[in-house]
Write a protein that binds this ligand. Structure first.
Ligand SMILES: [Cu+2]
Length: 118
């Protein structure tokens, strides 16, 4: 007869396999929102709409200059956006509202006006 201990280990094993592929599938399904930081100091697009509770990958690239981004509201750590080094953040917004994310690195004449509205 099957030992209870063996049965529990067996069920945990099956549960592990049942959960991991679903999580991987969900991560692959998260839409990617691309934002480009440009040489003339703008974020393009300069406004993006995300949805509370919906996983998303926010991907930044620079087509000129070094820029920066951070948001405690959205869970984005202080990060540099450099040419040819796109950075991605897998996040699930937990708050609703309008969040203005200024460029965090002095990047040129229009730096003070450079922000992304989420
Ligand atoms: Cu800047």
């Amino acid at each position: 007869m099957l030992q209870p201990k063996a049965l529990i280990i067996g069920l945990a094993f099956i549960a592990g396999f049942a959960v991991v592929p679903n999580a991987a599938f969900a991560a692959k399904q998260a839409p990617v929102v691309n934002v480009t930081a440009t040489a003339d100091q703008t974020f393009s697009p300069n406004t993006v709409t995300l949805h509370r509770g919906k996983p998303v990958t926010l991907r930044f690239q620079s087509t000129g200059g070094v820029h920066g981004i951070t948001s405690t509201d959205l869970g984005i750590p202080a990060t540099m956006i450099m040419p040819n080094k796109p950075v991605s953040f897998a996040l699930t917004p937990r708050k609703t509202g309008t969040f203005v994310l200024p460029c965090t690195i002095v990047c040129g004449a229009h730096h003070a006006d450079m922000h992304l509205t989420v």
